[in-house]
Design a protein around this ligand. Structure first.
Ligand code: SF4
Length: 378
């Protein structure tokens, strides 16, 4: 039996309503759809397992907190029945302000959920309205304090920069307001306007690249004042409170995803479930999985795996350990990437730190440019 530890991602595609910038697989649901979805999830979990040890679980969406709490419990029970969750397993759930009450939060804790990720995005109500969010800042604060009251001592708050109506000053105010609440973790992503979303067809006043960079640097400076360390391009945490599940992705460790649009990575193969909810609900999960169940399936060559390991690992401030690279691939990083490493060390975009290679601050500003250099041509 393969006892390598795994991370598990569970996608809950339900939301109260769609935000104007959202291109995730998510939308409103009915009680009947939720029941059918959870039945499918349980079947998918059962059929995939081989008794692996699991040390991180992430329930994302959508807004998983709109799922009926008893249905969520059924999913977690099935997970525990089928996999071997270690006692110190990090188990996170994404919630939105206003979608939980005290009783629900207590039930989450009883089920073993020990980390909350609250989707706030901004403390400015005009910006929240412009994004089409369902909540205001006061509702967020109520949810945050309820979570503390219910005993959650590991909370992330998501913020968004470069949103319409936002100024560098209003962004700083949001950031400080959140930092003053002292959550263990803060994520700051900048808005990306995706095709197919209402934002794509709207005339939006968005900051220039230069302004975005200023906001990015300011984010690091402000959060350092409050005792947060940046450990990844968009993520900041108090010491020891980094998100272990996400680190698994950046270190190219294996994970299984369950639910519509969920992605998995195992044994050098990456696949993604169908993004079509109807198709997911109708899939015959007792039978060998029909091809249409998958949206994508990719067999990574050795060269793909080297490249992915480099550009995912460079997202992290600690960089990539040479020893880990050698252990993973049986060859040294220098043998594969000696010239590229030397070039970017010379031009100040990469640096050596003890036994690791990492991006410099300037390198982080143009990380896509550096990372593209690690893709190896056949
Ligand atoms: S809450 Fe999140 S997943 Fe749901 S519509 Fe808004 S951005 Fe999308």
């Amino acid at each position: 039996m393969n006892r390598k530890s795994l991370g598990i991602y569970i996608h809950i595609p339900f939301c109260v309503r769609k935000c104007l910038y959202c291109d995730f697989v998510s939308g409103p649901s009915t009680p009947e759809i939720q029941i059918n979805y959870v039945n499918q999830l349980k079947k998918e979990i059962c059929r995939t397992s081989n008794g692996n040890i699991v040390d991180t679980v992430f329930i994302g969406g959508g807004t998983p907190s709109v799922l009926d709490v008893n249905l969520l419990e059924e999913v977690l029970c099935k997970l525990k029945e089928t996999f071997c969750l270690v006692p110190e397993c990090e188990c996170s759930i994404e919630i939105n302000p206003g979608t939980v009450d005290y009783d629900k939060l207590i039930k989450y804790r009883k089920m073993g959920i020990n980390r909350l990720s609250i989707g706030l995005q901004s403390c400015n109500d005009n910006e929240l309205k412009a994004l089409g969010r369902i909540h205001d800042c006061k509702t967020f604060e109520e949810t945050y304090f309820l979570a503390r009251e219910a005993g959650f001592d590991n909370i992330n708050v998501d913020l968004m920069s470069s949103v319409p109506e936002q100024t560098p000053e209003s962004f700083s105010r949001s950031l400080r307001k959140v930092a003053e609440l002292n959550p263990e973790h803060i994520s700051v992503y900048s808005l990306i306007v995706e095709e197919g979303t209402p934002f794509y067809d709207m005339e939006l006043k968005l900051p220039s690249e230069e302004e975005e960079r200023l906001i990015y640097h300011k984010t690091g400076r402000i959060l350092r004042e409050y005792g947060y360390e940046q450990y990844e391009i968009s993520n900041y945490a108090k010491k020891g409170r980094e998100c272990r599940h996400n680190i698994r992705y950046w270190q190219c460790e294996e994970y299984l995803g369950f639910g519509v649009a969920a992605a998995s990575y195992r044994n050098g193969v990456r696949w993604k479930n169908t993004v079509d909810l109807k198709r997911y609900l109708g899939a015959e999960l007792e039978e060998p999985m029909e091809n249409s169940f998958y949206e994508e399936m990719e067999y990574l060559t050795e060269k793909d795996q080297y490249a992915e390991f480099m550009f995912m690992g460079l997202r992290m401030n600690s960089g990539i350990s040479k020893e880990t690279f050698r252990k993973r691939f049986g060859i040294s990083m220098e043998e594969i990437y000696g010239d590229v490493l030397e070039k970017h060390i010379q031009n100040g975009l990469l640096e050596r730190a003890e036994q690791s290679i990492r991006l410099t601050e300037r390198g982080r500003d143009i990380s896509n440019f550096v990372m593209a250099d690690f893709i190896l041509l056949e």
